[in-house]
Design a binder for this molecule. Structure first.
Ligand code: GUN
Length: 284
């Protein structure tokens, strides 16, 4: 039976540590603040945004939400980002994805000032990550690496197989794992034989969004399994990408859904807001 990696408990510990840092900043008159922009009313985004606001509240980070109508234009969205870039009280800007189809999310991300890019999605942050500079790193990959480190799992020289190549998880995760000297394979919708790759994985990270996609026959004995998926199964129950009951028997470590990667993502967002605040202060 695998060790279940408790992302919920670890995220709580990280939030407590960040609260201490946040209190220290406040004593110096510095009040970290996050601005979140959401366009339209995607139900999943509403849940994410609510969880982010709760975490801010717990850590002591000021939080403002901009809920824009579904018919907002690209110009209106970018004009709001521009105003938030200029607003000295705002330390972090988060544009919740997805956006309605008529909007170009990559174009909007480009408008976010690098020093306020707490999601690590701007081209500057992504470029810095690729060349190994210190930067803002996308919160889910950052949370996964932190969790792996916390459980003393060595990535160096290991075969890491990532399922999914999204800009939010898969792609930045490749860079995070390379930085830790892993041998990285990425599988996606055009990969010919996914199982051929997953069976070689010492660490298998699934971020494709399909319930029970990863079955026990795809997994090597003793592998570490990280499940990024947040799906609804056939009974409407929250489920990851991994067939947990069966894969757990073969794995050495496994993350649950819920309570694994999800809370870590939000804790890393809090981490990035504090980092942004400190870096902006240093430039004053
Ligand atoms: N949508 C799903 N996950 C994320 C995230 O981590 N950041 C943003 N901005 N949008 C998301």
């Amino acid at each position: 039976m695998a060790i279940i990696m408790d992302g919920k408990a670890l995220a709580k510990k990280i939030r407590q540590e960040l609260k201490i840092e946040c209190d220290e900043l406040k004593k110096k008159g510095i009040n970290p603040k996050l601005a979140v922009i959401m366009v339209g009313d995607n139900p999943a985004s509403k849940v994410y945004v609510r969880n982010k606001s709760r975490a801010c509240n717990e850590v002591g980070i000021e939080y403002t939400e901009y809920l824009l109508k579904g018919n907002t234009t690209q110009e209106e969205l970018e004009s709001l980002i521009e105003n938030l870039n200029k607003d000295k009280k705002v330390n972090g800007i988060l544009l919740q994805s997805p956006l309605p189809e008529h909007l170009d999310i990559n174009k909007a991300f480009k408008e976010i000032a690098y020093l306020k890019d707490v999601d690590g999605f701007t081209p500057v942050s992504v470029g810095k990550l690729c060349i190994g500079d210190d930067t803002f790193v996308s919160c889910t990959p950052l949370g996964i690496i932190r969790m792996i480190e916390e459980y003393n799992i060595d990535i160096s020289g290991k075969n890491v197989v990532i399922l999914g190549r999204s800009n939010i998880v898969g792609r930045p995760l490749i860079q995070c794992c390379l930085r830790k000297n892993a041998t990285v394979t990425v599988c996606h919708s055009r990969t010919k034989d996914i199982k051929e790759h997953t069976k070689m994985a010492d660490i298998l990270i699934s971020a494709i969004g399909k319930s029970k996609f990863v079955t026990s026959d795809m997994v090597k004995d003793g592998a570490v399994i990280i499940d990024v998926g947040i799906n609804r199964d056939e009974n409407g129950k929250l489920a990851g990408d991994v067939d947990f009951e069966n894969v757990e028997r073969k794995a050495s470590y496994i993350t649950p859904v819920p309570g694994g990667v999800g809370p870590m993502t939000i804790a890393m967002l809090m981490n990035n807001v504090i980092k942004a605040t400190k870096e902006q202060e240093m430039l004053k």
